[in-house]
Ligand binder design. Structure first.
Ligand code: APR
Length: 224
């Protein structure tokens, strides 16, 4: 299992949240990524995600995304990503679970479970087939994370657990590492390893994601 965060897409030009001083591309995150922000100004929130969607469409998967796809030759790889971009999929990975939603999907404000593909913008007044306003299929702060139980099941059954490019600051995703069996090898790659306590068999690789995956591959080969 590989848990990824914004750091894996940084080298593709997509800015990470916590590296930008709480301002996300110039926006206050609480104004654009919470139910409160949505109630206050839907047009602002839609604009913000319309821009993010354009950024992602222009970005390309980097060496780290591609290396994870190549691991499928030798391993049964399940990616659990906090990222809303599709760079794992475009990098060639087959099994990707998006914990925090997907920028290329939208849904009705009235139904969190039925999603529709989207490539263009969502505007105020754009309605889902159920007659309610469309919103991006993104899990905002303070919203439940519907796929967390499935992710926890996958984490508990993992034989090897890899974490790449996440500050491990946002729960429940950050808690997944503690579901991994004690005995299995665990690796964390980050350009600045976040503080982690009491995780058995954890090897830290402090590097950019694209360099870190090269070291990871060597270490995985030693395990085979
Ligand atoms: N290579 C490796 N790691 C990197 C790189 C890089 N090139 N650039 C940044 N990082 C690391 C940072 O050191 C940090 O630890 O990536 C991590 C990014 O942390 P966050 O910005 O907090 O991103 P993430 O952990 O994915 O955020 C979790 O919070 O913003 C919300 O819902 C959003 O899914 C997101 C969640």
């Amino acid at each position: 299992m590989v848990l990824t965060g914004a750091g894996i897409s940084a080298e593709s030009g997509l800015i990470t949240f916590r590296d930008s001083d709480g301002l996300w591309e110039g926006y206050n995150v609480y104004e654009v990524a919470t139910p409160h922000g949505w109630q206050k100004d839907q047009a602002l929130v839609l604009d913000f995600y319309n821009m993010r969607r354009r950024n992602v469409a222009e970005a390309q998967p980097n060496a780290a995304h591609k290396a994870l796809a190549e691991l499928e030759k030798d391993f049964d790889v399940q990616i659990i990503t906090q990222n809303i971009d599709d760079l794992h999929e475009r990098g060639g990975s087959s099994n990707v679970l998006h914990l925090h939603g997907e920028i290329f999907k939208m849904r009705s404000v009235n139904d969190p479970f039925t999603t529709y593909p989207i490539t263009g913008d969502i505007l105020t007044g754009d309605m889902a087939p159920d007659g309610y306003q469309l919103r991006p299929h993104i899990v905002w702060f303070e919203e439940p994370v519907p796929l967390i139980e499935e992710a926890a099941r996958i984490a508990s059954a993992a034989d090897i657990f890899v974490v790449i490019g996440t500050s491990l600051a946002v729960y429940p995703a950050a808690g997944l590492l503690s579901y991994a069996p004690r005995s299995i090898p665990k690796f964390i790659i980050d350009k600045s390893i976040p503080p982690i306590t009491a995780i058995a068999n954890l090897t830290a690789i402090e590097a950019r994601a694209s360099d870190g995956v090269v070291v990871l591959k060597e270490k995985l080969n030693e395990l085979r």
